[in-house]
Design a binder for this molecule. Structure first.
Ligand SMILES: [Zn+2]
Length: 506
C-alpha cells in the first residue's frame, strides 16, 4: 500500500498581534517529500504513527510517502503569504506522489492565518480534494483543537490526545495508525460531534487529577469497545477568536446505533456539569503571587504565569513577575525567569560575557499587556538555546529558541531568548546552565502543563494573575468572531441551546 504522511502543527493565539512568518516555520524545521519521514519520523505523532505502522505492516512492501511537514511554536496568526506557501508545498507533493491508499496528517486543530480561521480544516479539505472521496484520511489533533464542520467533512477519522499535560503524542500517532488500518481493512465509520457553547481556563484541565479526569477515563473505556474507532473530548483553545469555538465531543464508531448518541450526550452533560468548577482557580496579582511564593517554607516555588503562556501562543515577554522579583532586596536561592526579547539578546551579545548589561527588556510584542522594565546586571553566559523537548506537548522534539543570554541582577537570573518555545519545561533553564531544582523561585510561562515536569521537585506552586494574550480573565480580551452566546462570556441556559451537532440535523 502507498500511505502519505504529513504534518501541519501550530496552536495559534489570535490575541498575539505578531504574525507567524515563513522564517518561524524554517526555524522549527520545514520538510518536503522523503525528508518528512527521514528527519521527523521519530517525533511525536508522526513517530507514533510510523512505529505502529511498521509493527503491524513491517513484513509488507508498504510505501510511506512524505508530503510536507510544517510545525511552528504557538504564536500569532500565520501571515497569509506564508500560508499560501504552505498550501503550495502540500499541493506540489500531493501531485508528485500520485495515487495513494491512505493518508495520515499530524495536525493541531486550532491554527489560523490572517484570512482563514481554520487551517486544519483547509489542509484536510485540500488533501481530500486531491486523493478523492474514497481514500481514507486520518488526522491527529491536540486536545485543544477547535473542531469545525470542515474538518469533519474532510477527514474520515480525527484522533485526539487524551492527556493534559499532553504526554501521549506518540500514543496518539499509534491510535491514528490503528484507525487507518481499520479503515483500510474496509471497516465503515460513522462520526458524531457535539460542540458545546463553553470555554474554560486551562489551570484545572489536568486529565489525571482535575475535574475532567472522569470524562477522559470514560473516553478510554469507550475505546475499549471494538465498535469504537476513536473517542475524543476537545477542551478547545480559548485564545482563538474564531467561529466554532467551544468544547467538542467526537465519537467515531463502526456502526450507527442510538447508544452512541447517548454516549456523546452523556459526555456533553459531564462537561457542562464541571464548567464552573473549571473556572474556580485561585490566582494572585503579580505582587501577591511573589509574596506568597516567598512565604512558602521550602524551595523551589514555581510561579505559573498562564496569561503569558508560550505554549498557548502568548509572546513570553511579560515583565510583571520580573518587576516584582527586581523589587526584592533578596530572594533566597535566587529567582529564574525567561523572556523572549531578540533586541535584548543582541544587546547582551554586543557587550559580551562578563560585561555589564543595562537596558529595557520585555514588553516588546504585546505592550498593551506588559510594559518593558529596566534590567541592570552582568551577562553571565551567552548560548544557542537548542534542546530537545520530551514531555508535555512534544516527544523527541527539537527546540530552537535562537541565541540566548543569561543576565544576572542581584538574586535574579534572566534568561533572554530570541524566539519563543516551551514555557512549561524546566529544561529550558537547564539548557542555559541554570538549575531550577535548587533555586528559590522559578517562573513557568504556562497555566497547567508545567506541572508534569515541575511537580516532582517543587515545594509549592503559585498561580499568577497577570495581563496577557492568554489571560484566563475573559473580560480582558476582545472577542469578535466567536459564536455568542458563549459561556462564561455570556449566560447560557443549557449545553444544547447554543451548541451545534455534526452531522447537521436535517
Ligand atoms: Zn493543547
Amino acid at each position: 500500500m502507498r500511505i502519505a504522511v504529513g504534518q501541519l502543527w501550530q496552536e495559534t493565539n489570535t490575541f498575539n498581534p505578531n504574525p507567524t512568518v515563513w522564517s518561524d516555520f524554517e526555524n522549527w524545521g520545514v520538510a518536503e517529500g522523503e525528508e518528512v519521514v527521514e528527519r521527523y519520523g521519530e517525533t511525536g505523532e508522526l513517530g507514533g504513527f510510523l512505529s505502529r505502522w511498521s509493527e503491524n505492516r513491517g513484513s509488507t512492501n508498504d510505501e510511506l510517502l512524505g508530503l510536507a511537514r510544517f510545525a511552528c511554536w504557538p504564536w500569532g496568526r500565520v501571515e497569509s503569504s506564508t500560508w499560501s506557501m504552505i498550501r503550495q508545498s502540500f499541493s506540489r507533493q500531493l501531485q508528485q506522489i500520485g495515487a495513494v491508499d491512505g493518508v495520515f496528517l499530524a495536525l493541531h486543530g486550532a491554527m489560523a492565518s490572517d484570512d482563514e480561521h481554520d487551517l486544519t480544516g483547509a489542509v484536510l479539505e485540500m488533501v481530500r480534494g486531491s486523493v478523492g472521496p474514497d481514500v481514507p484520511i486520518v488526522g491527529s489533533l491536540d486536545l485543544h483543537a477547535n473542531i469545525t464542520p470542515r474538518m469533519l467533512d474532510s477527514a474520515d477519522l480525527l484522533v485526539g490526545y487524551h492527556t493534559c499535560p499532553h504526554l501521549d503524542a506518540i500514543e496518539t500517532g499509534q491510535r491514528s495508525a490503528d484507525g487507518l488500518l481499520r479503515l483500510l481493512s474496509g471497516e465503515s465509520v460513522t462520526t458524531r460531534c457535539l460542540t458545546l457553547p463553553m470555554i474554560c481556563a486551562a489551570e484545572l484541565q489536568n486529565t489525571f487529577t482535575g475535574p475532567p479526569a472522569r470524562l477522559y477515563r470514560r473516553l478510554e473505556s469507550l475505546e475499549e469497545d471494538p465498535r469504537v474507532l476513536t473517542a475524543g473530548l476537545y477542551m478547545s483553545m480559548p485564545w482563538f477568536d474564531c467561529p466554532h469555538l467551544g468544547w467538542s465531543i467526537v465519537l467515531s464508531t463502526s456502526d450507527d446505533l442510538p447508544v452512541w448518541r447517548e454516549s456523546v450526550d452523556e459526555l456533553a452533560a459531564g462537561c457542562w456539569e464541571i464548567r464552573e468548577e473549571m473556572e474556580a482557580v485561585e490566582r494572585y496579582e503579580p505582587r501577591e503571587a511573589v509574596e506568597r511564593a516567598l512565604a512558602v517554607e521550602g524551595t523551589p516555588v514555581v510561579i505559573g504565569d498562564g496569561a503569558d503562556a508560550t505554549n498557548s501562543g502568548a509572546p513570553g515577554d511579560s515583565t510583571h513577575l520580573l518587576a516584582e522579583f527586581l523589587r526584592q532586596e533578596q530572594i533566597p536561592g535566587g529567582a529564574l525567569v525567561f523572556l523572549v526579547d531578540p533586541d535584548a539578546v543582541a544587546a547582551a551579545i554586543e557587550v559580551g560575557e562578563g560585561a555589564s548589561f543595562d537596558g529595557d527588556v520585555g514588553g516588546g510584542y504585546a505592550p498593551e499587556y506588559s510594559p518593558s522594565v529596566r534590567l541592570t546586571g552582568v551577562v553571565q553566559r551567552l548560548l544557542d538555546v537548542d534542546w530537545v523537548l520530551d514531555g508535555h506537548i512534544g516527544r523527541n522534539l527539537p527546540i530552537h529558541m535562537g541565541r540566548g543570554a543569561v543576565v544576572r541582577s542581584g538574586d535574579v537570573s534572566v534568561l533572554l531568548v530570541e524566539r519563543s518555545g516551551p514555557g512549561s519545561s524546566p529544561r529550558l533553564y537547564v539548557t542555559a546552565g541554570l538549575d531550577p531544582t535548587t533555586c528559590g523561585l522559578v517562573v513557568a510561562r504556562s497555566p497547567a502543563g508545567f506541572r508534569a515536569e515541575y511537580d516532582p521537585f517543587v515545594a509549592a506552586t503559585v498561580l499568577a494573575d497577570c495581563p496577557g494574550c492568554a489571560a484566563p480573565n475573559w473580560s480582558r480580551l476582545r472577542f469578535q468572531n466567536v459564536p455568542r452566546p458563549l459561556w462564561p462570556l455570556d449566560a447560557v441556559v443549557g449545553p444544547y441551546e447554543d451548541g451545534w451537532v455534526w452531522p447537521p440535523v436535517a
